[in-house]
Design a protein around this ligand. Structure first.
Ligand SMILES: [Zn+2]
Length: 475
């Protein structure tokens, strides 16, 4: 069947797939907020299950209120400057005006840190490492887009830590980078890691480190950020502890977050013209079994019964082996079922008809490359597991290949470049801004991790000593 999705026209492809695969319903009558369909939410929950398990190894989960007092939100000057245009305010309870207006959290530093002050007394209370997965609200004025640019971020995983020393806080940033790398590797999502330029860091942070992935339209999307807060917020909220020598010291803090952009990345990076292609670890249905029965055809009733029985047995065995399997015994024709489950991104299809059964076998079809082969029923379960593993590796390899980093040596080359580009640039904001204005691209920042990068040693703008930075058009 001919596909009607065209991934080369990514923007349309993305809107269409969210609808057809039933990820999000965009018809909710409030701008920038969307409804998760059951299938989309199962995908989201499997992705966040991986993230949660990784976080739980060294963090404790907490749950802070959605409402933040105005005076607390305004305390950290840099922080509020960065967010003041994005805050939704609650000003009334019924018809009564509130004494203190309340913000819907745009992020939770100013909700958590006044409480950290109460929790932290001595060095024995440190480190604190907590996280929560919550909704946050930002009044986005740019064009909103499902899962990517939202007014209600429904799935913000934010971690916040407090430490006795700066060294420990920096170690924590490195640990968090390792956690995030592990997470995105398990989603088969390739990424680059950069230290954001000064002018693009998190408001109130000393520095910001970010993960970006490459979308099919050649733009990058930021998929995770980590912030070294140092003592900035500790001074603002007076978070001190009694050190072993009895002196009073400020804590050092970090915070780091991931939003449902990770779901957008899974959809965008792996999908194709037939629809979703889901990595097996997060596919709500990993295997679909399609019985090949033609009710009006030449099949004898006894053959159809035998096929149904064999499908039921296989379904039962796979379920018992922990595979997320679905037996599609609906009255639709097999071709329509193939088309539907391909669009839903199910990694592996098993077809079983009278001819397969006569050979005591079934037919496997991979979603990632449509390779088709016959498998004996006796080894089907183990072959499913091997195939799912192999699909995961193939998806990762294919995605890594697509994330190519170009190298340029002057502005003309940069203007003609697509995707992510590595080049030498100095630290000065004026050079960064000039580059951004003349090319329409953004400076992602100094390269901390990328599959490769090189280029000259002199700033592409001013010829002073430079760092290797990555540049791309961004979301
Ligand atoms: Zn320069």
């Amino acid at each position: 069947m001919k596909s009607v999705l065209d991934r080369n026209n990514f923007s349309e492809w993305y809107s269409e797939i969210l609808k057809r695969a039933e990820i999000l319903d965009v018809r909710y009558p409030v701008k920038g907020v969307y409804v998760w369909y059951p299938y989309g939410l199962r995908l989201r929950n499997l992705i966040y299950g991986i993230l949660r398990a990784l976080m739980d190894e060294e963090h404790e989960e907490v749950l802070f209120p959605l409402l933040i007092r105005r005076d607390e939100l305004l305390k950290e000057k840099e922080h509020i400057k960065g967010f003041e245009e994005e805050v939704f305010w609650v000003t009334h309870g019924g018809t009564t005006e509130l004494d203190v207006p309340l913000a819907l959290r745009p992020t939770s530093e100013t909700a958590m840190y006044p409480v950290f002050k109460l929790w932290i007394r001595s060095h024995r209370d440190l480190p604190i490492r907590v996280y929560q997965i919550v909704n946050t609200f930002r009044y986005e004025t740019k064009h909103t887009r499902p899962l990517i640019r939202l007014r209600e971020i429904t799935s913000f995983k934010e971690a916040h830590t407090a430490h006795a020393s700066r060294r420990e806080a920096e170690e924590q940033i490195n640990k968090a980078i390792a956690i995030y790398r592990n997470f995105f590797d398990r989603l088969a999502i390739p990424y680059v890691i950069t230290k954001r330029p000064e002018w693009d860091k998190f408001p109130g942070a000393e520095y910001t480190i970010a993960f970006d992935t490459l979308m099919p339209d050649g733009r990058t999307m930021q998929i995770a950020t980590l912030h070294m807060l140092g003592e900035n917020f500790a001074h603002t909220f007076d978070i001190r502890y009694e050190a072993e020598d009895g002196s009073s010291k400020f804590v050092n803090q970090t915070c780091y977050g991931i939003s449902e952009r990770c779901v957008a990345a899974v959809i965008a990076v792996h999908g194709d013209d037939h629809g979703l292609v889901l990595p097996p670890p997060v596919a709500p249905i990993q295997v679909v079994i399609v019985p090949i029965i033609f009710t009006s055809g030449a099949d004898k009733p006894s053959e159809s019964e035998a096929v149904k029985r064999a499908c039921n047995v296989l379904h039962h065995e796979l379920k018992g082996a922990g595979v997320r399997v679905f037996l599609d015994d609906s009255p639709e024709r097999p071709g329509a079922k193939y088309y539907y489950w391909e669009m839903k991104g199910v990694p592996l299809r098993i077809e079983l008809g009278p001819r397969d059964l006569a050979n005591n076998s079934c037919t496997f079809v991979r979603r990632d490359n449509f390779v088709k082969w016959r498998v004996p029923l006796t080894t089907a379960v183990s072959e499913v597991k091997n195939t799912l593993d192999d699909i995961q590796h193939s998806l990762h390899a294919r995605a890594m290949e697509r994330l190519e980093i170009g190298v340029v040596s002057d502005e003309t080359e940069l203007k003609n470049a697509t995707g992510i580009v590595a080049l030498p640039l100095c630290d000065r904001e004026s050079c960064g801004k000039e580059l951004e204005e003349s090319t329409g691209a953004s400076v992602l920042g100094e390269v901390l991790y990328a599959s490769h990068s090189s280029g000259g040693k002199e700033c592409i703008i001013c010829a002073r000593e430079a760092k290797h930075v990555l540049v791309a058009r961004t979301y």
